[in-house]
Design a protein around this ligand. Structure first.
Ligand code: PMV
Length: 360
């Protein structure tokens, strides 16, 4: 694995302290990543829409330590509140990335973070959170070494984000990102996400994603455990092959603008992801009765209306409803009238495809 490209050369600049902020979006996979090898290398390729409204905003302050020892020095705050329970995860992340960012032990860090989506909404904040933090850390590397190019900056930030949470490497750029080496996608890599490099049909411009919050509780099964259950899974190899073929298929769909083919592929991917969970050992179900109610309602409405509404799922019970912008009015009306009743406390979030992370 060619990770040496991300080991920095010695920097000459001396930076004593500073502060940096990034806002980074969440993403929703169309072809799902499920299963990983060592070092967060994906077992299959994935592609996602970058979102606009569901974001993490992270402010990182750093000051040079007088006496460094072998430990990292940092504190994490969520919405202004010191979050000690977040710190072990960040420590593991720092351990993984320290060879790529050797300055980590030289500074004390204050990590202040907030999400634009509600607390415990069941929306994973790891993708937006880890990508925002990776971007902040890369901004320090850039201060230390001003020769870093923009291309290298974003590639390495995605590489670092991946080591925090796999899908985070798809949360830096918009509006479609591919992760995993695939022969049909130029420049694709297992090490970082790349912006989808081909022309996309007008039908997918400003594509809408309304997220129905069916269950706002903590996930019963973490994605790390889920990924690991793909080791020795009876259908694993078939699934990985299918994902590879689906990337080829979605590439031609994104060119042609064939919405019916898009719907079939995206819904099949979502159900396959959950089928993998249901057929692992131990097995588990993350969908709730209301998830199924919503799916059935979407299918009936699509049949009746002829509109191009479809769903996808993450590793949870919430439903992402995807649809083209020019059908938004009728579909939103349907969502409000028929589907909101299945959401916990009637909560949903209107989002759409977005253009990636921003330095603030
Ligand atoms: O990034 P992780 O390790 O939390 O994995 C997320 C996997 C899915 O969200 C279920 C699918 C995907 O490709 O985003």
């Amino acid at each position: 694995m060619l990770t040496s490209q991300f080991t920095p050369t010695n920097s000459s600049t001396n930076v004593t302290n500073g502060e940096i902020s990034w806002s980074s979006p969440s993403n929703i996979a169309l072809v799902k990543y499920w299963g990983k090898k060592e070092h967060q290398i994906p077992q299959n390729q994935s592609i996602s829409f970058t979102l606009s409204e569901c974001k993490t905003i992270t402010n990182l302050s750093y000051s040079k330590r007088e006496n460094t020892n072998d430990d990292f020095s940092f504190k994490v705050f969520l919405d202004g509140e010191h979050k000690k329970d977040f710190e072990p995860k960040i420590k593991t992340f720092f351990e993984r990335i320290k060879i790529y960012l050797p300055f980590l032990k030289d500074y004390h860090f204050k990590i202040e973070t907030r999400n634009t989506f509600p607390h415990s909404s069941g929306i994973a904040s790891s993708a937006s959170g880890m990508s925002a933090l990776a971007l902040c850390l890369m901004s320090i590397e850039k201060e230390l070494n001003s020769k870093i190019t923009e291309e290298y900056f974003i590639k390495k930030a995605s590489f670092i984000a991946r080591l925090g949470s796999g899908s985070a490497c798809r949360s830096l750029e918009g509006d479609l990102v591919v992760w995993g080496k695939h022969e049909d996608i130029d420049g694709s890599s297992d090490l970082f996400g790349v912006k989808y490099p081909y022309q996309v049909h007008q039908n997918f411009k400003n594509y809408q994603d309304t997220i129905l919050l069916v269950d706002k509780g903590e996930k019963q099964v973490s994605s790390t455990v889920g990924h690991n259950l793909m080791h020795g899974h009876a259908f694993a190899q078939e699934r990985f092959n299918q994902a590879e073929e689906n990337i080829t298929k979605i590439k031609s769909i994104l060119t042609s603008g064939d919405l019916d083919a898009f719907i079939a592929l995206v819904e099949s991917e979502a159900l396959t992801l959950h089928a993998m969970m249901m057929s692992s050992m131990p097995y588990f179900i993350l969908m709730k009765p209301n998830t199924l109610e919503i799916i059935n309602k979407i299918w009936s409405f699509r049949k009746e209306s002829g509109l191009h509404i479809c769903f996808t799922l993450d590793a949870g019970a919430n439903v992402h409803i995807l649809y083209p912008e020019n059908e938004a009015e009728a579909i939103l009306k349907f969502i409000k009238n028929e589907l909101v009743a299945y959401c916990q406390n009637g909560h949903y979030i209107c989002d759409r495809i977005g253009f990636g992370a921003k330095k603030l």
